[in-house]
Design a protein around this ligand. Structure first.
Ligand code: NAP
Length: 506
């Protein structure tokens, strides 16, 4: 039958949304496995995701470089133990050539909605520019930390000075000689505050909670080390393995009420006492929650920055913003030329702002109204042929997220193979498997330190821990490497369609 290809959306076996670490991993592994019929979409004009967005001064990773890279795409040339943002971005960018991904990429393409068609057993993907693409399988690689969190502070949008979020740094704006205010002190702020403190005339930090900040034994690799990584078989892998197991052991701190956590808390408080003075009381420095409840941070220049004469820490809560003043609950007013928001990301709003509509019109936002949950962190009942990478309950506080993403990509590849082997068009996780998983996450997360007394981006306002994996990464690997296909329903399309030249024929 003749067809008009201009009116038919282009069809792909797999469409990956997002060309950050997760999307690139999926694409590279598909290319390695000989899958050619796939497309990767990204809203920005380049790949790299969070590492493309977060260009703030001294942006770096707090996971060691050799572990912050994929096992199938090693980089013996990491210049230092903890790589900085430009080098990490280059690594991800280099994957495009390394795995011949260029013609699979469609950049400057933002997805607005995903809609499942039961009849066609495929997803209709609408972009913000009105284009439609069809895919048998959608893999979401949006991650947990892509949408900046702009806090709901009265008067904020009316701030009359310069204002930007840490993930949207304004590099054209010169901070030298300015009065700079920072709201939010987390993993990003502890990296950009020290260099900003060197430029600003006055830097005021509005800190809601203090963090555990440990030393970072960072340094450049020596020439002989780089030679060994590149030339001596086994050295790089052995170093990576050593790094992995060292970090994995730290999961002990993530258990509720762990002895090691209590010991660390005491030791940390004691060490901070030497820093205390009139302007920097202990409660401005020492967290009032167990270590690990929020992410444990690493920096060698955070505390020296706090001790600078031009830096002050305000622990009274921000009440509102009035023109160019930040006003705290006790009525104090702090004038600022520039306000930097280090307020993190909308971490619990998975897949937003996309509208995702599954089988029988199910709205994912409504399904997740009480907090996001996904079987094995990657699939949701009612949403066939759709996977998430770095989805609910797959973030870590102690090891490399790239390790988790690799396990998830392996699972998705196995699912694609199952579909082909069974000659089926769709697979959907069963309701009972989903329920079991949900109950397990709720039960086991109660035994973690994240459920103890602190707010964090790991959980929703109602306290459900939606972001973190609740065990060792070894357990996650084992479970994902041994899929239980009996937890899935496989089916053939009700109205089978043929694909000709990449275009479905009715
Ligand atoms: P974050 O750790 O979530 O920190 C956000 C900060 O903003 C917290 O201090 C929070 O206070 C504060 N905040 C949020 N809303 C506020 C409000 N309405 N009023 C006052 N303060 C408010 O965000 P982030 O620093 O951007 O880091 C997010 C995550 O990104 C990290 O945990 C990490 O996983 C990742 N990251 C990683 C690296 C790395 O080295 N690998 C570097 C940067 C970021 P409370 O703590 O009181 O809620």
């Amino acid at each position: 039958m003749a067809h008009d290809s201009r009116q038919q959306p282009q069809h792909f076996r797999v469409v990956v949304v997002g060309a950050g670490a997760a999307g690139l991993c999926m694409a590279a592994r598909m290319a390695q496995e000989g899958i050619r019929d796939f497309l990767v979409l990204d809203k920005s004009d380049g790949v790299g995701g969070t590492w493309r967005d977060n260009t703030y001064p001294d942006s770096a990773c707090d996971v060691p470089s050799h572990l912050y890279s994929f096992s199938f795409a090693p980089n013996p040339g990491w210049s230092r133990k903890w790589a900085k943002q430009p080098e990490i971005l280059s690594y991800f960018e280099s994957m495009v050539d390394r795995f011949s991904l260029t013609h699979h990429l469609r950049l400057n393409t933002e997805v607005s909605s995903l809609t499942w068609s039961e009849d066609r057993s495929s997803w209709s993907i609408l972009t913000t520019s009105g284009d439609e693409i069809e895919a048998q399988v959608v893999v979401n690689g949006l991650g947990q930390l892509s949408v900046p969190n702009i806090p709901d502070i009265g008067g904020l949008s009316g701030f009359t000075g310069e204002m930007f979020h840490s993930a949207r740094w304004n590099h054209d704006h010169d901070l030298r000689g300015e009065r700079v205010a920072v709201i939010g002190i987390g993993a990003s702020a502890i990296q950009f505050v020290p260099p900003v403190a060197e430029q600003a005339e006055q830097l005021t930090l509005f800190q809601r909670s203090a963090n555990y900040v440990g030393p970072k034994a960072d340094r450049e690799f020596k020439d002989w080390e780089l030679t060994a990584f590149a030339r001596i078989p086994g050295v790089r892998e052995a170093y990576r393995q050593w790094t992995y197991w060292r970090l994995e052991a730290r999961f002990a701190v993530m258990r509720r009420g762990s002895a090691i956590g209590k010991y660390y808390q005491k030791k940390f408080r004691k060490e901070l006492e030497v820093l205390v003075d009139e302007d920097l009381p202990l409660d401005a420095l020492a967290p009032d929650y167990q270590p690990g409840c929020k992410r444990i941070l690493l920096s060698n220049d955070w505390y020296p920055a706090l001790k600078r004469p031009n830096v002050s820490v305000v622990t009274d809560p921000v009440d509102h913003v009035d023109a160019n003043h930040i006003v705290t609950a006790d009525g104090s007013r702090f004038e600022a030329d520039t306000l930097i928001l280090g307020t993190g990301f909308k971490s619990t709003d998975f897949l937003t702002p996309m509208v995702v509509t599954g089988r029988d019109g199910a709205d994912l936002n409504k399904v997740w109204a009480d907090g996001a949950v996904a079987y094995m962190s990657l699939a949701v009942t009612g949403f066939p042929n759709m996977f998430l990478l770095y989805g609910p309950n797959s973030n870590l506080g102690h090891n490399s997220i790239l390790f988790m993403i690799e396990q998830q990509v392996g699972y998705v590849l196995a699912a694609l193979e199952q579909l082909a082997e069974r000659e089926c068009d769709s697979l959907e996780v069963s309701e009972s498997a989903m329920r079991r998983w949900d109950e397990e996450m709720v039960r086991r997360s109660a035994d973690t330190v994240w459920a103890t007394g602190c707010d964090s981006w790991y959980k929703t306002d109602s306290g459900r821990i939606t972001n973190n994996w609740i065990g060792h990464t070894t357990e996650y690997r084992k479970r994902l490497n041994n899929p239980r296909w009996s937890d899935w329903n496989f089916s053939r399309a009700r109205a089978p369609h043929r694909i000709e030249d990449g275009v479905p024929v009715a």
